[in-house]
Design a protein around this ligand. Structure first.
Ligand SMILES: [Zn+2]
Ligand SMILES: [Zn+2]
Length: 131
């Protein structure tokens, strides 16, 4: 599978102290604390991982066994601990994502009416407006 080959490739580069975004050797001082050689490369690398693994990952809480849906970006950039998990929606909870601002709501009224509380608009009206 291409995905596994890519992941292995990244690992190999990390072990060799090569930036996975630009394929250049990491500056010596940076070798133990960063994966990429610069902030720009970091962004490129994160974007690539998100494209590869999807926008969200499912992580089970070690304490409760509840599975939470966490943005891949957050996991990669900040790391995630058990206490952080409850900030994210548990898996299987209905949600609706706005086609305009891409924010996700878990409010049952928003879902029923296909309404975005951030844009203060119904999704139906957004489509009318963009037509
Ligand atoms: Zn780089
Ligand atoms: Zn919106």
């Amino acid at each position: 599978m291409a995905m596994n080959v890519d992941a292995l490739d990244d690992l190999r580069k990390m072990c060799a102290n090569i930036c996975p975004a630009c394929d250049q050797p990491l500056p010596v001082g940076q070798r133990s604390r960063a994966v990429t050689c610069s902030d720009d490369c970091h962004r490129v690398w994160i974007d690539r991982l998100v494209a590869r693994y999807g926008e969200t990952r499912e992580i089970a809480s070690a304490e409760t066994g509840v599975v939470y849906v966490v943005p891949t970006r957050v996991i990669l950039e900040q790391g995630i601990t058990g206490a952080d998990l409850s900030r994210y929606p548990p898996k299987g909870v209905p949600s609706i994502t706005c086609p305009v601002c891409h924010r996700t709501s878990y409010n049952p009224n928003d879902i029923a009416n296909r309404y975005c509380g951030f844009c203060h608009q119904f999704h139906e009206d957004m489509r009318e407006a963009s037509r």
